[in-house]
Design a protein around this ligand. Structure first.
Ligand SMILES: Cc1cc2nc3c(=O)[nH]c(=O)nc-3n(C[C@H](O)[C@H](O)[C@H](O)COP(=O)(O)OP(=O)(O)OC[C@H]3O[C@@H](n4cnc5c(N)ncnc54)[C@H](O)[C@@H]3O)c2cc1C
Length: 512
């Protein structure tokens, strides 16, 4: 029997490889494709105008794609429960279908409220699995193989046509309509399916060849990385589409010596990390707010002055400042530079990851709660199971920006500094002309702050109680050797101790 269905688009803003749309169309009745702009969600501390603008562009493109199928996207502004209740009452629809969302705490609470409301109305809500993340997972054993099966599976075909409802499509609001704070981002990536496809093909045709070598360079990484992250975060392209294209590229490159094979292998691995980290938040939503290992609770605090300097790219450490200014202006940074910004804030500035995480979340156009909060904790050393990695920003600057071109571009105040002193201007004889005048004096003493952090962190990583809690965390969240390659597909634990079931109390990797 055919039935009318409301399709609630969330972070799956595409018609291709979209099981939600396909399922609704298969019911044979009319389809109401809906996106709800929830002002309360956009008022959360992790949301920003740059993210909204990306979403708004993606909604415009989705609206056109859906219109071609026969039913343009309906956009409504308001609390999800109210919008859904109103449309369901007006149309008589009795079924809602959406993807399972692994979002922040706010969206989790919103979904529970919606489930209660739909249940009370007697409306069925079908939430479909979102690719590699598995809801109500019993344990990590076998997870990677299950994830791989979904990602390597066939794409879901686009429905040939859908029949919609005669409703006002509604305006896609501007950032100012949502009272979002001023957020200039001249280098922001654009939203929309065509942008995603363009990035995928240029990555696979040319840009990705040097992926392995160049991904950690602040200059080259912006070109050599896929730049698909905001598109994957908002679903203008599916992870399965990206993985399938990468696998095809790998097959085409077989036998050639062009480096594509290795590049694609690394790219596929990162697509798997995406699901792996999102699975952690799915399994433990509290990790957005609480240290995974309780021993780290209350260890650090907030310091408004240090945090403001860090957020503005005014810490007096040129490479840190260049990375932050670049992020603020473009909405993107490569993995290593993100990790260094967090490590510097958490260890040298001794700031709690919950104080620094919201700024980074807002600055990332690609903000994806499951990756973000897992990584914030990992790079702050609060998981209890990962190698503690403290980056030295001077060494990182010298290693990753050997010519100083990136640092000078984002910190033009330092242009005249000789290369040898660019990352440590305080050591230069002419420092008095610049420091405290055009460029800040360092906010901390790097050596002392590093030593103090090391001692505090070391002091905690001992004892049976620490180890038994760490072992529980490894059991629940760590990768297993079951992804097909016979090894951990992501190195997400301290290897020695974890292997013995002790939970990785040992390693402190210093980058000094
Ligand atoms: C503190 C911190 C916060 C982060 N927050 C986010 C976030 O909010 N959203 C986000 O998409 N990524 C986040 N990352 C991971 C990573 O930095 C970005 O995914 C990557 O830089 C995006 O660029 P790209 O699309 O060109 O990546 P590529 O290198 O081309 O990788 C392809 C895709 O794989 C996934 N991926 C890549 N690296 C990782 C990783 N280390 N962990 C999980 N997935 C990965 C992403 O979906 C990415 O788009 C964070 C990393 C750190 C250290």
């Amino acid at each position: 029997m055919s039935a009318d269905v409301l399709v609630w688009f969330k972070r799956d803003l595409r018609v291709q490889d979209n099981p939600v749309l396909a399922q609704a169309a298969a019911r044979g009745g009319r389809v109401l494709p809906l996106f709800i702009v929830e002002p309360e969600g956009w008022a959360q501390p992790d949301a920003s105008a740059r993210q909204w603008r990306f979403v708004a562009e993606s909604l415009g493109a989705l609206r056109e794609d859906l219109a071609r199928l026969g039913a343009p996207l309906i956009v409504r502004v308001g609390p999800a429960s109210e919008v859904l209740a109103g449309l369901l009452a007006a149309t008589g629809i009795r079924e809602v279908v959406s993807l399972e969302e692994t979002g922040n705490g706010w969206s989790y609470a919103r979904d529970r409220a919606v489930a209660g409301m739909l249940g009370a109305m007697g409306v069925a809500w079908h939430e479909l699995p979102q690719m590699g993340v598995i809801r109500r997972l019993k344990g990590r054993d076998g997870w990677a193989a299950r994830r791989d099966r979904v990602i390597r599976g066939a794409q879901v075909p686009v429905p040939e046509a859908i029949q919609g409802f005669d409703l006002d499509p509604g305006q896609i609001p501007e950032a100012r309509d949502l009272s979002l704070a001023f957020d200039p981002c001249p280098g922001r990536q654009k939203g929309g399916r065509a942008e995603a496809l363009g990035l995928l093909s240029s990555f696979l045709e040319t840009r990705g060849r040097d992926y392995r070598r160049a991904m950690s360079s602040p200059l080259e990484g912006a070109t050599a990385c896929s730049r698909l992250s905001p598109h994957l975060a908002w679903g203008t392209i599916s992870a399965r589409e990206a993985a399938e294209a990468a696998a095809l590229r790998k097959r085409q490159a077989k036998g050639t010596r062009e480096g594509w094979s290795g590049a694609m292998q690394s790219f596929e691995a990162r697509l798997a990390w995406r699901d792996h980290f999102m699975q952690k938040l799915e399994d433990e939503p509290a990790l957005e707010h609480r240290c995974l290992h309780s021993a780290y609770e209350g260890l650090r605090g907030d310091d408004a002055v240090r945090r403001a300097a860090w957020e503005a790219g005014e810490t007096g450490f040129p490479f840190v400042d260049a990375c932050m200014r670049s992020l603020n202006a473009t909405g993107w940074l490569n993995f290593r530079m993100r990790a260094m910004l967090v490590s510097f804030a958490s260890y040298h500035l001794w700031l709690d990851w919950r104080a620094t995480g919201p700024h980074l979340a807002r600055m990332f156009t690609d903000y994806e709660p499951g990756i973000h909060w897992s990584q914030m904790q990992m790079q702050s050393g609060t998981t209890g199971m990962n190698t503690v990695r403290m980056y030295n920003p001077v060494k990182q600057g010298l290693d990753q920006d050997p010519t100083g071109a990136f640092t000078r571009h984002w910190c033009p105040e330092l242009r005249e500094l000789p290369d040898a002193f660019l990352q440590e201007p305080w050591r230069w004889e002419g420092a008095g002309r610049i420091l405290g005048k055009r460029y800040p004096v360092p906010v901390i003493d790097l050596v002392q702050a590093g030593r103090a952090a090391r001692e505090k962190v070391w002091g905690l990583r001992h004892g049976d109680a620490f180890r038994s809690e760490a072992a529980r965390i490894v059991e629940k969240h760590a990768s297993r050797k079951d992804g097909g390659a016979g090894r951990h597909f992501v190195n997400d634990r301290s290897p020695k101790k974890a292997r013995r079931g002790g939970g990785g109390a040992g390693q402190l990797s210093l980058d000094l």
